[in-house]
Design a protein. Structure first.
Lengths: 706, 173, 97
């Protein structure tokens, strides 16, 4: 039996980092507040480098490095052990509610963590990519006075994300779920003195909350069915208890779907993610690309057996995924802010992951999650480097241009070669060019959609065929907008201005080294999960390249229950797509098509003229709709936000002030009135009192007599 | 014979009481009060409380009422003959309350006294004492033996009352 | 005799109560209180024939106390009169806060 090595420390180290950095942030804040109150200015930058910076620089990335090393040790250990059951370490009894007098139910939830293949993969991604982003942040956030606070929040986020993936029961996972939502709010609104940024943080948290309701309802339903909410209990009995496609399991999974759409930014709750770009770019890389937004996908993958038992919900998951993928891709086509393009790209890729886990290809979904973490983090960090450089340049000449607008960039490849190369590697990965990572992961998802469409007893064959075609279309759009992004930023001539261009420079080492590491992962990371069919074809070098189906077999113990359900109910999967052709043929087709789109875009853009942001005209026609994000935010504002505000205002002014306060005041006033009535007896006149005395005597006499 | 006397005395007492309440002049009220007290003393005699009858006349009618009269004279109230009863409302309420009380008492007395004389036995509890020690002795003997403490305390009470009355009635100097 | 005496005493008492409520002159109010005491005395004496000499002894004490009380009460009335120049009880409202 494999013994994990100090698993609790993996979680506790980031928490310790949060405590240390947080204490430092509080003391720094107090010092600056005291200084300002005393009338002086607090100079953060004594001797060029603020005193508050040295400790977080080592503690922040340091604890994550520690967590990563521990995870690595455990990972290697798990590789060796042939694990079929998850290893659960329970530390204390968190919730213990005794017998309910009516139903005899108990609720016991232990503070326990679960180590199995799926959680291990997620932990590696979180700590690994998280470490690289922490290191990047050291360089990126150098000039920011909130440096220790930033690392405190970032460490806290890692802590909560680890709790989410390592939890052994749904409530523990929910703690992590809520916690990452909280950290997302704190980090998006990091520069909270800017009201727009603070509002973005609020929006993220509130929209997430809607999803959290779904999560809670699902937990309650599961408790009703099982009287337990830990994974071992629920998944163990799921196949026996639930009817395939029955109403209960469909409702439970539907609630989980709501939760996942909130956290993973799918239709209809994706609106917070583009606004979340208001936060620092490494935050966007970590939270809104690599980890937090993948929590929804993790949820579905973890509950794979439940989703396998509910084909209707799974079809909805897949449908929402592919629609979001296409929808977000269309919006990305017309955005000018580099981070917004990447944000919509993230939403789109998350849609792919949802498609994957929706059609039942849980391994494929997790695989794409992993490769996406690599190349999306790389893209965001690269964009961060670009923005960093643009800021410096524009700051030097005090030019009032938007540093994030791609129309103000151009030709940056001459100034930032490392960034340029690594971002291109990420781009080809995301677009799905062989042999880079994204090709294999995206291709597997698309292929599994087709395979499920043609399964023997496929419940929604026609629908899945439509999904398959839409997924292919979205892939083409991905190629288009990514190529556009790269071209506008790095190619052509520089539009920033000649005086500014002197100050454009490559990012410092702490910033480009993580980029290189991520690039390497984007290149080779996909080779760990190549299906046999592909491997033996031209795309696998006819078996010569060191690729394998490792991830699939690695995750098998986790997904075997779901696969069992699928085999029983869906029968054999198809070997050819609905339009004919096997896996490797279609892989080749999509690769070639993507490549063609990229080259055509570069060529087409190379011929057109790009104007700088301040001089550019407003887009018209269909482009205008895309530029304005299909007016979804405005729609929500009119139909959801405003009615809620109006109702709240009504409740405040009328119900609360008049009715509730009025009732309370009525009690007070009534008492006063009663007192006034009684005071009439107190005339002060002796005869009144004599009279009352007499009446009293009469009453007493009556009492004695009767 | 005693019955007749009793009724005469009772009627006079009640008439006097009504007169106290109804008469407009304070002095007249006072004189009606004296009448009532005298009649009650007569009833006391009929009830074989001779000593008390004498005490009632001497102390109550003789001293207390005279005191009242002195005060009325002092305050110069004897001249007014205007009505000094309170308004009609008070009259109605007063009649109601007292009517109630009266009815209650009547009812109780009516139902309670039917078997009273038989239950209480013959009215001769004090006959022996009266025969042996006489009217005064019958009261004096227990007063100075069993009840000597209340007796002495009453003396002190009277002293306190005198002093208090003196203090209160003095002109503020 | 007992029953009749009790009836008479009760009636005198009730008339005294009426007087207390109805009259405005405070001295007459006081007088009516004395009426009530008188009625009670009558009751005691009526019962003492059946119960024992204690009834009469109690009446003795009641008369003594009534005397004391009359003295003090009238002294109070005199001092009030000095303040108000009237004995109309409707004017005595100092007990009101």
């Amino acid at each position: 039996m494999w013994e994990p090595f100090l698993p609790s420390l993996i979680i506790l180290l980031p928490l310790l980092g949060f405590a240390v950095n947080g204490a430092l942030a509080l003391s720094a804040a107090r010092k600056s507040a005291d200084a300002v109150r005393a009338g002086g200015e607090f100079d953060f930058f004594e001797n060029g480098r603020p005193a508050t910076h040295s400790l977080p620089t080592w503690v922040g990335p340091g604890v994550v490095l520690g967590a990563f090393l521990l995870t690595l040790v455990n990972f290697i250990g798990m590789l060796g052990a042939d694990l079929h059951e998850p290893v659960i370490r329970s530390y204390w009894s968190w919730i213990s509610i005794g017998e309910d007098p009516f139903s005899g139910n108990r609720l016991d939830v232990a503070a326990a963590i679960q180590l199995d293949q799926l959680s291990m993969i997620m932990m590696m991604i979180i700590t690994g990519v998280g470490l690289l982003i922490h290191v990047f942040s050291v360089g990126y956030m150098q000039d920011d006075p909130g440096y220790p606070r930033y690392f405190a929040y970032l460490n806290l986020f890692i802590f909560f994300m680890l709790v989410l993936v390592m939890g052994a029961s749904y409530p523990i996972m929910f703690i992590g779920w809520e916690g990452v939502g909280l950290c997302s709010y704190l980090l998006i609104g990091f520069w909270f003195s800017d009201e727009a940024k603070a509002s973005a943080g609020k929006k993220a948290f509130i929209v997430n909350r809607i999803g959290d309701l779904g999560f809670l309802l699902a937990i309650f339903l599961l408790y009703l069915v099982f009287q337990r909410v830990d994974f071992a209990g629920v998944f163990g009995d799921a196949e026996a208890v639930f009817v395939y496609g029955g109403p209960v399991i469909t409702t439970v999974t539907l609630f989980f779907l709501i939760a996942a759409t909130g956290k993973s930014a799918q239709i209809p709750l994706y609106i917070w993610l583009p606004d979340a770009m208001a936060g620092p770019t490494p935050v966007s890389a970590l939270i809104h690309a690599a980890t937090m937004v993948t929590a929804g996908v993790y949820l579905v993958a973890r509950s794979s057996v439940l989703f396998a038992l509910a084909p209707l919900t799974s079809a909805m998951v897949a449908g929402i995924g592919v629609l979001t993928a296409l929808f977000a891709a269309t919006i990305a086509l017309k955005q000018n802010d580099i981070k917004k393009v990447l944000a919509y790209s993230t939403i789109s890729q998350l849609g792919y992951m949802f498609l994957g886990v929706g059609v039942g290809a849980y391994t494929a979904g997790i695989f794409h999650l992993m490769t996406h973490a690599f190349f999306k983090a790389l893209l965001f960090l690269g964009a961060g480097a670009v923005i960093h450089s643009m800021h410096h340049a524009l700051h030097h000449t005090k030019k009032d241009w938007d540093a994030q607008d791609m129309r103000n960039m151009g030709g940056l490849k001459a100034y930032m070669p490392y960034t340029w190369i690594t971002m291109w590697l990420a781009t080809v990965a995301i677009v799905g060019i062989w042999p880079f990572a994204g090709f294999f992961s995206k291709d597997e998802i698309i292929w599994m959609t087709a395979a499920m469409a043609g399964a023997e007893q496929a419940p929604y064959a026609g629908l899945y065929t439509v999904y398959w075609i839409l997924a292919l279309a979205a892939a083409m759009l991905t190629a288009f907008y990514m190529a556009r992004l790269m071209f506008l930023t790095f190619h052509g001539e520089n539009r920033t201005g000649s005086r500014e261009a002197e100050h454009l420079h490559e990012a410092p080492r702490t910033m480009w080294i993580p980029l290189v590491i991520l690039a390497a992962l984007s290149v080779f990371g996909g080779w760990i999960n190549v299906s046999t069919d592909l491997r033996e074809s031209i795309l696998g070098g006819f078996g010569w390249l060191p690729m394998g189906e490792w991830l699939h077999s690695w995750l098998e113990p986790v997904t075997e229950a779901a696969h069992r359900v699928q085999e029983t109910n869906l029968g054999e999967l198809a070997q050819v797509s609905p339009l004919g052709g096997g896996e490797w043929e279609w892989g080749l087709i999509s690769f070639v098509a993507a490549l063609a789109v990229v080259l055509t875009t570069l060529r087409f853009l190379g011929r057109s003229k790009v104007t700088v942001a301040v001089e550019d005209a407003e887009p018209t026609g269909f482009a205008r709709i895309l530029y304005n994000k299909w007016y979804v935010d405005e729609f929500y504002h009119r139909w959801v936000v405003d009615p809620v505000l109006t109702t709240s205002r009504f409740l405040w002014r009328i119900v609360d002030t008049k009715i509730i306060d009025g009732t309370v005041n009525l009690v007070g006033n009534g008492t006063r009135a009663l007192g006034w009535v009684v005071s009439l007896f107190q005339t002060g006149q002796v005869n009144t009192y004599a009279f009352v005395l007499t009446v009293g005597v009469l009453v007493l006499l009556s009492m004695v007599v009767f | 014979m005693t019955e007749v006397l009793f009724f005469i005395f009772a009627a006079v007492a009640l008439g006097g009481a009504v007169g106290v309440v109804m008469s407009p002049s304070p002095v007249a009220s006072l004189l009606f009060m004296v009448t009532t007290l005298a009649s009650t003393a007569g009833i006391f005699v009929l009830l074989e409380a001779h000593f008390l009858a004498a005490v009632q006349i001497m102390v109550y009618a003789g001293a207390i009422m005279v005191l009242f009269l002195f005060v009325i004279m002092l305050l110069n109230l004897g001249h007014e003959y205007q009505r000094d009863t309170r308004g009609i409302v008070a009259m109605i309420i007063g009649f109601a309350v007292t009517g109630g009380m009266g009815g209650l008492l009547a009812w109780q007395l009516g139902s309670g006294t039917s078997g009273l004389e038989t239950n209480l036995g013959p009215g001769d509890a004090i006959d022996a004492a009266l025969r042996e020690h006489g009217a005064v002795g019958a009261i004096a003997r227990p007063l100075f033996t069993e009840y000597v403490v209340p007796f002495e305390l009453t003396g002190i009470l009277l002293l306190v009352a005198i002093v208090g009355a003196l203090v209160l009635a003095k002109k503020a100097s | 005799m007992l029953a009749e005496s009790l009836v008479v005493a009760g009636l005198i008492f009730v008339i005294g109560t009426l007087g207390v409520i109805v009259r405005r002159n405070v001295i007459i109010m006081f007088l009516c209180i004395e009426l009530q005491l008188n009625a009670v005395n009558l009751t005691f004496v009526a019962f003492s024939r059946f119960v024992g000499i204690e009834g009469q002894i109690f009446v003795f004490f009641v008369i003594a106390v009534a005397a004391a009380e009359a003295a003090v009460g009238l002294a109070i009335i005199i001092s009030i009169f000095r303040h108000y120049e009237t004995v109309d009880v409707n004017n005595f409202n100092l007990l009101k806060w």
